[in-house]
Design a protein around this ligand. Sequence first.
Ligand code: NOJ
Ligand code: CA
Length: 535
Amino acid sequence: MSSIPWWKTAVFYQIYPRSFQDSNGDGIGDIPGIIARLDYLRDLGVDAFWISPHYPSPRVDDGYDIADFYNVHPDYGTLEDFQRLVDEAHARGIRVLADLVLNHTSDQHPWFQASRRRQDPYTDWYVWSDTNDRYRNARIIFLDTESSNWAWDDVRKQYYWHRFYTQQPDLNYDNPQVQEEMLNVVRFWLDLGLDGYRMDAVPYLFEREGTNCESLPETHAYLKRVRREVEATYPDAVLLCEANQPLDDLRAYFGGDPADPSVPGDELHMGFHFALMPRLFMAIKRGERTPIVDILRRTPPIPANCQWCTFLRNHDELTLEMVTPEERAWMWDQYAPEPRMRLNLGIRRRLAPLLDNDHRTIELMHALIFALPGSPIIYYGDEIGMGDNIWLPDRNGVRTPMQWDDSPNAGFSTAATLPTPVIDDPIYGYRRVNVAAQQADPDSLWHRLRRMIRIYKALPALALGDLAFLEDQPPAVLAFRRHWEGDTILAYHNLSDRPQTIFLPPGQDAMSGQTLSAGDYRLPPYAYLWLRATG
Ligand code: NOJ
Ligand code: CA
């Protein structure tokens, strides 16, 4: 196994630093707080975590508007704290990924402030224009708040280009100085021992007239350069691609040769499977496997030295950009009946409320992202079925404080008031839903997911094996075979609220260790079975 990169068999976890653990009573989660909770992550069994932006920022886009790429937000701690986080995580065998936001900065970044005053060398570090009608084919991403990708700057008396909030000017990648500087940023954190990056918003680096300004050849060329630089000095580091794009365009971010998956990838190592995610929600609501099978059949093969990252939720809205308008309308109807639950082209809700707080389906959906090809990532709080707060603006409703116990502020903070309140409703409130309570109950969702992580690690075929669907099953059952180095796992998932009868070959139930003989087997509603084939 030594030649297999660590991230191919890893279980990932996403931490929202502002909401994980406050260590100094100011009501804001911070890095010393995360350090204090590293034992928790080790107990859960995750191999790596991705921490959303930790950099100085006015937080218009909650940290994705960076004002200094070489430092830590004072609310979160210091560079020394960050170094300690990496060291302490490593001491526990846990790897750390940070967010790398290449595409844009905050408008408060000194580079932008200098650029708008035409101060060299920053004059051309952003995309300036006398008119606001260039690149008309580029879509607007933050549809609810932005009406144009151009904004007027009264100091420079020109428009600047921004794919996200107005306060997030895009960097000008046609400028070689920008390209160089962002490579310095990449190296800076890896030199501290960081294990990789979640590569934010990579499709938008370059703009070209007459195109939609997404996934352009120039953008791929630059990302390949980032990969080369990283690989040369930090061969263990991983680059995880955030590109919410159609399947073929997504495939391109792995590099290599799209027509020939035997050619090794030379761009980003991993990529979030944005097309699979909404289909998991469709399948479970419809109680049948077709949406999942269809999308995986349409998923192009990727090079052997690459890996998908499978996910259910994250800190953003559940995006419906990669489904048809009809499917989107259906998803909104099913999962976001109230307008407040919708944002841009998505749904701003957490996993547990989406699944009606049914711990069977929450576990089953995790089983799917574990058993299907790709390394799974768990969004903080989903392991205990945390709720959301749709009354908070933007995506804040899915970024509420982690619920550790039933003490005031859920054990998250000792502050008198919190900038983002803890969830305190009768169903999802911290008095009921918290880590301590679930750790004390061996049958809780937390313990079930913890067991799932342990079993997953004992079944390398689920991480590394090839995939073949088993079609001779009821439509409500998603069944497939994963095979790797003489080990065959048969995975059956009942997506419906009724028991299903499946036919099994002889094997061993990987969860219970029980030996099962060939024949009919009754899979309870929303249950799954991972069978180690012995026949
Ligand atoms: C994707 C991030 O996940 C999201 O939170 C952010 O708003 C945009 N990129 C812009 O950086
Ligand atoms: Ca704090």
